[in-house]
Design a protein around this ligand. Structure first.
Ligand code: ADP
Ligand code: MG
Length: 611
């Protein structure tokens, strides 16, 4: 029988290898960015069209390549980074397999322009499906400019299995961030369909993290620094309140290479035990420096898995480092995770009102026994003392308040509820401290918290609107636009329908952001951009929440954002309307987080004060 074994033609072998190296546009972005850094670039620009399906362009100001190297770089196993086997164990650069460019060129149309530093002319090379189409001398810029067009144009099955642009672009952002987070001293830019997504100047690591994740992280980073003979760990962990139910903000880098490692994740998570609720993951960006001989990076084609020779020692060091960092910064347990609404209502004051009085007040004091002028002063100072000390029955007030505060906790199912105070239509309403609405009722004197009452009313209204999918919207005379981060934009777009039901008319355009043309009637036009921004942030942070929980959160954050605030003067008809709408609610007693909306001072209690 004749011999039948043949070597695969190069372009076929390359296509097979491409399957390993280039799984999606994001993989090509990563390889090209890493090559740019290996070439010593300190400015790297990434231009993307259609989530990388049409174009991935990476421009660097690195060393550039000679004519011959430019052609050679696309050969399989072509690398300038390894000469002998021993080199494999001493790798400090990103690439080393010499496969990336060969793989990319096998499945795309590649246009490369490159000019060596110091040369007057560069070269332009066209390759399509591993075949060189042309190479010419060209007066291009110093450094390298890669254009990868129509990825998988010759592998329809792979092209078909690419996900939506939103998802593929999310992957690109992930890879871009990982590279950016390891090179704060390099300037990076990411542009998608003509609009700038990231523009990161050269800076410190801490500032780079803040630029990538947003200014709100500035105060939230706790530095970690641990140097040992085996391994050094540095970087940051987030304060416990940055933890999320979703994974995603956890980064390990070994010798500046992003890796995943569930074993080491456990070391960090267990250092946070008791500080974050179960199932929450702390934010961290931890950078290991280790002798390259102590690790094997070559066990996975995309190189995000790394094996340590002494994994248990690294675990112990990491765990101790994080504990020490948290201890050093006095991070105490934070229990208040319920309060984590997208929009914080203004600080609630009643918590501070109940501290014991510092001023003793003479309860038996009778100002009416004094001469007129003394009486006036005395009354004034009595009120002042009362004001300062919160005396005169504060303890009893406190007890009532506490009892009401506790009710949602003791009775989450709500079987035992105090009966709803009957408020007569012609009752006289009074606003007190621009904060509470005082109104007589069948049960006693009702004190209603104006902001919380309105939050509850709006929340129930928004919930109904979302369920029924019918919201009314008020058109804006001057549309507002909001610039969002890519994940925020993507999440907002995904929930466009619910937002429409809440009364928002939004127009999405990646280039110019989100344009708001209509808003719910209760929302002041001046607040709408801020409100959309904070809802988008909440949605992007909360990708794990789904369905009902998510709609609930959207309704709460809109309700909190558009409610009447403390300090707002209310007219009697307004107060009356609020009370009527509140009494029509399913759960009139509680605002978000189970906080009480109203308390009743029973007749008995008031009578006792006069006895
Ligand atoms: P590897 O990075 O593993 O060596 P690649 O296929 O990614 O393999 O790249 C092959 C070679 O092409 C590199 O070793 C390097 O010499 C050269 N090269 C690739 N990209 C650039 C670039 N942006 N600037 C200069 N040289 C580059
Ligand atoms: Mg490479």
């Amino acid at each position: 029988m004749a011999d039948i074994i043949q070597l695969l033609p190069d372009h076929v072998a390359n296509q097979i290898a491409a399957g390993e190296v280039v799984q999606r546009p994001a993989s090509a972005v990563k390889e090209l960015m890493e090559n740019a850094l290996d070439a010593g670039a300190d400015v790297v620009r990434v231009m993307i069209k259609d989530a990388g399906k049409t174009l991935i362009q990476v421009i660097d100001n690195g060393s550039g390549m000679s004519d011959t190297d430019a052609r050679m770089s696309f050969e399989r196993h072509a690398t300038s980074k390894i000469r002998k086997t021993e080199d494999l164990f001493q790798i400090v650069t990103k690439g080393f397999r010499g496969e990336a460019l060969a793989s990319i060129a096998a499945v795309a149309q590649v246009e490369l322009r490159t000019r060596l530093k110091g040369e007057s002319l560069g070269t332009r090379l066209l390759i399509e499906g591993s075949k060189v189409q042309s190479q010419e001398t060209e007066a291009c810029a110093e450094g390298t400019n890669f254009m990868v067009k129509n990825l998988f144009f010759n592998v329809p099955a792979r092209r078909y299995f690419l996900k939506s642009d939103a998802i593929e672009f999310r992957h690109i952002i992930d890879e871009f961030q990982r590279v950016a987070l390891t090179h704060p001293d390099t300037e990076f830019q990411l542009v998608h369909n003509g609009s700038e997504v990231f523009s990161l100047p050269r800076t410190t690591l801490r500032q780079r993290i803040v630029h990538v994740f947003g200014a709100r992280y500035n105060e939230k980073l706790v530095p970690v620094d641990e140097y040992t003979d085996i391994v050094s760990v540095s970087g940051f962990v987030g304060k416990p309140d940055t933890s999320r139910k979703t994974r995603g903000d956890q980064f390990f880098f070994i010798n500046n290479r992003f890796i995943r490692n569930t074993y080491l994740h456990h070391a960090v998570a267990s250092a946070f035990e008791g500080l974050v609720p179960t199932g929450h993951h702390p934010l961290y960006l931890l950078y290991f420096t280790i002798d390259p001989e102590q690790i094997d990076v070559n066990i996975h084609p995309t190189k995000t898995e790394v094996k340590f020779q002494d994994e248990r020692a690294v675990y112990a060091i990491l765990h101790a480092a994080v504990k020490r960092a948290l201890g050093r910064h006095n991070i105490a347990p934070t229990l208040d995770f319920e309060q984590e609404m997208a929009i914080q209502v203004s600080p609630v004051r009643h918590g501070t009102e109940v501290r014991p009085p510092e001023v003793q007040v003479n309860k038996d004091f009778n100002p009416f026994g004094l001469p007129a002028e003394e009486r006036q002063d005395a009354v004034k100072s009595w009120f002042e003392q009362r004001e300062n000390g919160r005396s005169g029955g504060w303890q009893e007030m406190y007890q009532i308040q506490q009892e009401l505060d506790r009710r949602p906790v003791l009775d989450p199912a709500g079987q035992v509820r105090p009966s709803w105070p009957e408020i007569h239509e012609d009752s006289s309403f009074m606003q007190f401290d621009r904060r509470y609405i005082l109104v007589p009722s069948s049960a006693g004197l009702v004190l209603m918290d104006q902001q919380r009452a309105h939050e509850r009313v709006l929340y129930e209204q928004y919930r109904k609107q979302v369920e029924r999918g019918e919201g009314c919207s008020q058109q804006l005379l001057f549309p507002e636009s909001v610039v969002l981060s890519p994940p925020e934009y993507a999440m907002l777009r995904e929930h466009q329908q619910e937002l429409a039901a809440l009364g928002f008319d939004l127009h999405f355009d990646f280039a110019s952001g989100v344009e708001i043309t209509g808003i719910p009637p209760e929302v002041p036009a001046s607040d709408c951009a801020k409100l959309i921004q904070s809802m988008a942030t909440a949605l992007a942070e909360d990708t794990a929440r789904a369905g009902d929980e998510l709609r609930e959160r959207m309704a709460w954050s809109l309700a909190c954002g558009s409610s009447i605030k403390y300090g707002q003067l209310l007219t009697i008809p307004e107060m009356k309307e609020l009370a009527i709408r509140l009494s029509a609610c399913n759960e009139p007693w509680f605002a978000s987080g189970g906080r009480p909306v109203l308390i009743t001072l029973p007749f008995g209690y008031i009578d006792r004060q006069f006895s």
